[in-house]
Design a binder for this molecule. Structure first.
Ligand code: ZN
Length: 293
């Protein structure tokens, strides 16, 4: 179906979408994100799919945005946009904001609102942009080696574009995660309510499948209503408006760094923060010559 995504039907009623770029620790470039969106579209369309699992091949769930990507705009224009924000080639903040509205907040919000139940299976590192893949899912099963990290503050930015942190773990822990850049363990994430279940690494696939199987037996009308009711609760509390505010601050930070450093992020923070957070396989991360936003 695609280069970076596998689409599987492990058993009746369940689709499993697998990030399959393990040589980069499932780094997200434009192609991977749109191929992932196409896989979610397929699972949404197929009537026999009642529950969707999002999993990842390799040691790590995702290292976040692929900062080695070049030609963002050319790559993006190969795909059908999911939002009306297509002004990526406009100069300055207007173009950057448009790209990030489409590719990051647009896609993550869209996946969050799929009217079927989604379950993320997370192992290894899940860094910054990786959070924008697992957080939109309804449930998260993590292996005991999973670590959730946010390294954007070292890059001079206050969090990833889809800013769900306070909703996922509460305000104090959200601030700690952002301000320190230190990893949150799977067990700590479970205790905070961010993760549903923690299982040994070898049992992640089976445990996620067992949970999906149980939910797939429920009437889809009811599971959809549960999702709408719970998501509607946090939306009534202002989730979406708060995330729009954080996104505007994110854009302000990009513009600040463009003004003072000529790059959309703090150039001094790139190597240290990324090196600390992730390695692709066992290879040291190669610092990009010109980081992307
Ligand atoms: Zn950004």
């Amino acid at each position: 179906m695609s280069d970076y995504i596998l689409y599987e039907k492990p058993e009746s009623g369940i689709a499993r979408i697998v990030l399959n770029r393990p040589d980069t620790a499932n780094a997200q470039d434009t192609q991977l994100l749109y191929e992932l969106n196409e896989a979610f579209n397929r699972a949404s369309r197929e009537d026999d799919v009642r529950v969707i699992i999002l999993a990842a091949n390799g040691k790590h769930f995702s290292s976040g945005h692929d900062m080695r990507e070049r030609n963002h705009h050319d790559n993006q224009e190969r795909y059908t946009p999911v939002t009306p924000c297509c002004q990526h080639r406009r100069a300055g903040a207007e173009g950057r904001m448009s790209r990030e509205e489409e590719l990051y907040t647009g896609l993550s919000e869209r996946w969050r609102n799929i009217p079927k139940i989604t379950i993320a299976a997370v192992q290894g590192k899940c860094v910054s942009g990786g959070l924008m893949l697992c957080w939109p899912c309804d449930l998260i099963v993590a292996s005991d080696d999973a670590q959730f990290m946010e390294v954007t503050v070292a890059l001079g930015i206050a969090g990833v574009e889809w800013f769900a942190h306070p909703w996922e773990m509460g305000t104090r822990k959200a601030k700690e995660m952002l301000l320190t850049g230190e990893p949150l363990s799977a067990e700590d994430a479970r205790q905070l309510g961010m993760v549903n279940r923690v299982v040994p690494r070898a049992e992640l696939e089976d445990a996620t499948l067992a949970l999906a199987r149980k939910i797939a037996l429920q009437p889809t009308m009811a599971t959809k209503m549960v999702k709408l009711a719970v998501n509607g609760t946090v939306d009534a509390q202002g989730r979406h408006a708060a995330m729009q505010n954080a996104f505007a601050l994110h854009q302000l930070a990009h513009s600040h760094w463009m003004e003072v450093a000529g790059l959309p992020i703090n150039p001094d923070g790139v190597h240290a923060s990324v090196k600390k957070s992730i390695t692709a396989g066992d290879e040291p991360y190669r610092a990009p010559a010109k980081p992307a936003g």
